[in-house]
Write a protein that binds this ligand. Structure first.
Ligand code: GRF
Length: 200
């Protein structure tokens, strides 16, 4: 069994997609060991608790320095002896020591077709706003391994989604989630859990 930890900051619909995929047998050989949020009121934590998954919050503002926050985050993650860390809408930049320690064992879901609309400042609704501003006709989502850069790690899966005339950032975000994110993230986890994808 691959031990998986999920880091979140918000609603947790991607977390829900993972939970549902495990229940449906679409992800095998993997168990959700912990969900950690940097926001105490993240609905993702409720989703975790409803499914009997240990849920914790670690908030930057509770610590004097960002370093202390990172130390606690690393320490808490280490407690669970994780084989894979999934960033599912986690809006905190990971410290290099965490990336080094879990090299090739951290994946992220990004709501665009990397290398378009990614990197610093491209997160959440902003990504979809920029997509609409530029007028591209196709967008999508990407699952990738995490390295020291922002959205620069090796790509695992991508799925294209059509941009439709009249889309608002919110409408487009929902379509990208439904048609791409909620599919390719569970798929990547299943493939890693079953040895079909491996790095390093
Ligand atoms: C998703 O769009 C994800 O791609 C991005 O943040 C959002 C998180 O949504 N990184 P949710 O918390 O999984 O509902």
């Amino acid at each position: 069994m691959m031990r998986v930890g999920v880091l979140v900051s918000g609603g947790g619909t991607n977390l829900q997609a993972i939970i549902d995929a495990i229940k449906a047998g679409k992800i095998t050989n993997a168990s959700l060991e912990v969900v950690i949020s940097n926001k105490k009121d993240a609905y993702a934590l409720t989703r975790a608790r409803e499914n009997n998954i240990p849920a914790e919050s670690i908030c930057i503002k509770d610590y004097d320095t960002r370093e202390q926050f990172y130390d606690v985050l690393l320490e808490r993650l280490d407690t669970y002896h994780l084989d894979l860390i999934v960033l599912a809408g986690f809006l905190v930049v990971l410290p290099p020591q965490l990336i080094r320690k879990y090299r090739n064992r951290i994946i992220n879901i990004h709501p665009s077709l990397i290398p378009s609309f990614c990197g610093e400042g491209f997160y959440g609704l902003r990504v979809h706003e920029k997509v609409l501003e530029r007028g591209v006709k196709v967008t999508g989502a990407t699952v990738h391994f995490v390295d020291e850069g922002t959205d620069t790690g090796p790509i695992i899966y991508q799925k294209a989604v059509e941009v439709i005339a009249g889309d608002t950032p919110e409408i487009l975000q929902k379509r990208v989630m439904e048609q791409a994110e909620w599919k390719i993230l569970p798929q990547a986890i299943n493939d890693i859990a079953n040895g079909k994808i491996k790095l390093g």
